[in-house]
Design a protein around this ligand. Sequence first.
Ligand code: SF4
Ligand code: SF4
Length: 85
Amino acid sequence: MSLKITSDCINCDICEPECPNEAISYDNKVQKTYVINPDLCTECIGFYDEPTCDKVCPIDCIIKDTDLNETPQQLEEKYKKIWNK
Ligand code: SF4
Ligand code: SF4
């Protein structure tokens, strides 16, 4: 499943450049925090063994979005689709 950023985000800017899929961006309209595009988040499958955004976030406000039930296989397919593999 994709990850999501909670409202605890302090907009420190650290995670955004770390995402290999460019799934993280600042939402200046609704949340006023960084957000993750679930269509682009593969939990870092294809790049790293674990979600790198979660690793670098200093306040641990990036969590699994349990509403989005994706298997590792589906995440792998998403990775291949994004990168035309
Ligand atoms: Fe990007 Fe990986 Fe975080 Fe998903 S888990 S938003 S792919 S850094
Ligand atoms: Fe927000 Fe964490 Fe990303 Fe910093 S690293 S912008 S606190 S989600």
